[in-house]
Ligand binder design. Structure first.
Ligand code: PEP
Ligand code: MG
Length: 590
């Protein structure tokens, strides 16, 4: 598609996903090809034909809505002329060759719709490529753009094209999956910016782990940038500057120096405890996705691992990792951290994390679908293999096991029974493991929070997953920039649920921690401490900043603040109260 290129400096605002300031050349992913998608050929039965056609119609509707939104946005923010490009795209979407022929092929050949659509798109491109007419040839890129969008909506996942990419570039993409982000450190990506996304999507979480500055939810960044343009990412403020002037570059270089200095200052806190002014001790743990992060975990002064997201071991490969491979990864983490505690979470695939060899994409609402523990309970052997690897890694006795997405008691009992079967199996084979291994449940679904007092009798600890708890409580998809303004950790409903969980844990005398991103939200820390939460787990890089807040806080005052906050009727009021309190901490640089 013709780029809406504007060589003048231009600033776009999005969602600050990962901190840091970076100035670099851009690399726009998926500018043209639609063959970058990993499309599998699958035969279908006669009765599945209508299902495939319905999926296709849904993808067309989603594509049409996206194009209409873009058209409106561009005409509002730029001009009618540029908005017309989307009119052309909408017309392509009505093209009988594209739609009718795909449906006809699905009906006759009984293959999955993405496969047939891809063939039709290839056929159309071949016809256009042979044309001598320059204008018509140019329309080919429009068809490819629409085809890309349709395929992306059908697959529910995007595969990025990394070939030809130079090192140290800023990636510009419509979207990036968590698995795309997972390979960025290898590719030496300087930063990334995307049209879609939210602050607690796994893509954003991964960027923070890898310390790659990122801004997401920019809506039109792929329309504004061409590969090679210079960009500035301000990942702290959620700002992207396209083709910056020399003076702007100078200003941001100064900001980079200032940030570096502040980080050095914070690193002095590394060996100091997270203790309040009135001697209330908080434990700060780290969330990790890869074993390779342990150096950063220790460097930032974490006292343990509060969440090891094991699913990243399953990404960017062709098949499940073997038990031995999993064992090696878990053992490595546990040994490097010992005697500090490590909490390993069992597989949480689904939602926004897919792997191509486990066919679970294509659900209407993946976050509400076959995700995490539900997926494991439908793939018992795969689940048992993971439990075995975790148990075998537990001999140093510093490992805890935690189950994600528990929604009710029956599920928890089922999961514990499977764990017991695996333990028995190991005992029979005389394979050692920690007989006293602690078992916990993530509390990240409102139903689990509401019955925390029931679940507390079944586990040794809770870990509150606010990323999902907020999403499910407020019905706001965590990776959706359009409703990001509603995604609110300080919503009274969220605070009440968290309080319920902490109180239930207190009543049944079990440990409770928080591993969702709220634990590292400077404006939430005082309230969480005030509620009695003693363990917070977060991205390693943010630990020093949170420690600084805790060390400047009085537990007694935090309790009074929390008491007040719990009686407020709106997030806005809570936010005001908390922001004033944080300001009063004085000179915190927040
Ligand atoms: C959460 O939901 O808060 C959580 C920590 O798990 P994840 O972000 O991996 O879904
Ligand atoms: Mg979660």
């Amino acid at each position: 598609m013709e780029k809406l290129k504007n060589l003048k400096e231009k600033t776009l605002r999005g969602i600050a996903a990962s901190a840091g300031v970076i100035i670099a050349k851009s690399y726009v992913l998926n500018e043209k090809a639609f063959n970058v998608f990993n499309i599998k050929k699958k035969s279908i039965s006669e009765s599945e034909v209508p299902v495939e056609i319905e999926r296709f119609n849904n993808a067309i509707t989603a594509t049409r809505n996206q194009l209409l939104n873009l058209q409106q946005k561009i005409s509002r923010e730029m001009d009618e002329k540029h908005a017309h490009i989307f009119q052309a795209h909408l017309l392509i979407l009505e093209d009988p060759m594209l739609i009718k022929e795909t449906i006809q092929k699905v009906t006759e050949e009984k293959m999955n719709v993405e496969y047939e659509l891809n063939l039709v798109l290839e056929k159309i491109s071949n016809v256009f490529e042979k044309m001598n007419d320059g204008y018509l040839k140019e329309r080919l890129s429009d068809i490819k753009d629409v085809g890309n969008r349709l395929l992306r909506n059908l697959l529910g996942e995007k595969h990025a094209s990394w070939e030809n990419m130079e090192k140290d570039v800023i990636i510009v993409a419509y979207d990036l999956s968590p698995s795309d982000t997972a390979i960025m450190h290898k590719e030496k990506v300087a930063g990334f910016v995307t049209d879609v996304g939210g602050k607690t999507s796994h893509t954003a979480i991964m960027a923070r782990s890898l310390e790659i500055p990122a801004v997401v939810g920019l809506e039109i960044i792929t329309q504004e940038v061409s590969s090679g343009d210079i960009l500035i990412i301000d990942g702290n403020e959620g700002i992207v500057i396209i083709n910056p002037k020399a003076a702007t570059i100078k200003k941001y270089k100064q900001l980079q120096e200032k940030i570096e200095k502040a980080e050095k200052e914070l690193s002095k806190l590394k060996n100091l405890p997270a203790v309040t002014l009135d001697n209330y001790r908080i434990h700060l743990h780290a969330n990790i996705e890869f074993p390779g992060e342990i150096d950063s975990v220790l460097e930032h002064g974490a006292e343990g691992i509060g969440l090891y997201r094991t699913e990243f071991l399953f990404m960017n490969r062709e098949q499940f990792p073997s038990e031995e491979e999993r064992l090696e990864a878990f053992r490595g983490v546990v040994a490097k951290m010992a005697p500090r505690p490590v909490t390993i979470r069992t597989l949480d695939l689904g939602g926004d994390k897919f792997i191509s060899y486990l066919n679970i994409s294509g659900e209407m609402n993946p976050y509400l679908g076959l995700r995490a523990i539900r997926l494991c309970l439908q793939n018992i052997e795969m689940f048992k293999t993971q439990l075995k690897a975790i148990l075998r890694a537990s001999i140093l006795k510093n490992l805890r096991i935690m189950f994600p997405m528990i929604s009710g008691l029956d599920e928890l009992i089922k999961v514990k029974a499977i764990l017991n079967e695996v333990k028995n199996d190991l005992r029979k084979k005389r394979i050692p493991f920690d007989e006293n291994i602690k078992v916990g449940a993530m509390i990240e679904i409102p139903s689990a929070a509401m019955i925390a007092d029931i679940l507390a009798r079944e586990v040794d600890f809770f870990s509150i997953g606010t990323n999902d708890l907020i999403q499910y409580t407020l019905a706001v998809e965590r990776a959706n920039e359009k409703v990001a303004y509603l995604y609110d950790p300080l919503h009274p409903a969220v605070l009440r649920l968290i309080k319920l969980v902490i109180d239930a844990a207190g009543k049944y005398n079990i440990d409770v921690s928080m591993c969702g991103e709220m634990a590292s939200d400077p404006s939430a820390v005082m309230i969480l401490t005030g509620m009695g939460l003693k363990e917070l787990s977060m991205s390693p890089v943010i630990i020093p900043e949170i420690k600084k807040i805790i060390r400047a806080t009085s537990f007694k005052e935090a309790g009074t603040l929390t008491e007040k906050a719990l009686h407020l009727v709106s997030s806005e009021k809570v936010e005001k109260l908390v922001n004033n309190a944080v300001k009063e901490l004085g000179n915190m640089g927040i």
